[in-house]
Write a protein that binds this ligand. Sequence first.
Ligand SMILES: *Cc1c(COP(=O)(O)O)cnc(C)c1O
Length: 392
Amino acid sequence: MFTQSLADLQESCLLRKLHRTESAQDAEVTIKGKAVILFSSNNYLGLANHPKLKEAAITAIRKYGFGSGASRLLSGTMSLHEQLETRLAHFAKTDAALAFNSGYHANLGLIQTLTQELSPHGLVLADRACHASLIDAIRITKSRFKVYQHQNTKQLKQLLATHTESEKTSSLVITEGIFSMDGDITPLPKLLTCIEQSSSTLLVDDAHGIGVMGATGRGTIEHFNLEAKIPIRTGTLGKALGCVGAFVAGPHDLIQILINRARSFIYTTAPPPAFAAAALAALTILEAEPERREQLWRNQHYMLSNLKSLGYNTMNTESPILPVLIGDPSRTIQFSQQLYERGIYAPAIRPPTVPRGTSRLRISMMATHQQAQLDYALDTFRDVGRSLGIIT
Ligand SMILES: *Cc1c(COP(=O)(O)O)cnc(C)c1O
């Protein structure tokens, strides 16, 4: 029935497949019996397999069982959920926070609610490179929606000015803290100036910034010291924090309205209490072991500077996400496959995840990568890149 679609995907080198990992999430994993060094995980700080996080989850399961049994508004809100939300608000330096089953759910619920409540006739503007969960969320609101070119605050400013003049309604502007496929940091201070001039609302999805950016790992907003000025954000617990689930942090009333309106919060089973226990442990580790973040950044600098010296185009990354631009999907896959044969897992990222002509390898750095693993990876990148004629 789907043979033609699948054949078309195969033909254009866009067919995707699942890769089964058979070991715990670490810097080296076993994929279908083969040991590979992992460069594709968002487990930036190595917390996914941290003993304290595992212990916290096991203890919670012993005490509370596994399932939550119901949605949050029925009987699924357990004391651990509340403890986590209090802790997240403290972490984000906001009045309140609300946990969601995933970042995808958080974005759906938040954007649906914000457009309904703030600007039912307003315009939604998003950076062109925004994550699919943000784009899907905007689409289901049926709001008027425009994208601006990636990181183009000048264009954003123009769009906001034209809109505010003609319609006198405020807009919602959506960006990521760290862009998930490019690795670049959003110039939040500049964006904030645009927003303030047009009295619009800014939403920052900091999925890749939480745990990674800022002096204490509170994210991109901390990186720019803008915590008092950017009141609304989403963050995931599934990436640097090594858990699953996500949160919205913001003013008290926003959180209350989300509890009442956000469909992706209301109409789903509450995440298990052990998830909250693990996330609480992750937040504690984040505070107690800053050396993890320091090591992550040392690894990032080492890998990035050496990839650049080899002659690779790493775009404008300033984060542990290192894109290696190739362009064409078939060469990108070839590159990724040859790395894989040599024990390096760095996935090929192709359209529709990234724009046409910008297929790339995407290397994710972790604090737990060992120096020898980085050196082996760089040697392999040099050899494979030369043999494919990507570098000289
Ligand atoms: C990963 C990601 C999400 C989704 O978060 P999950 O918790 O994995 O569902 C949302 N937004 C951005 C920018 C992401 O990178």
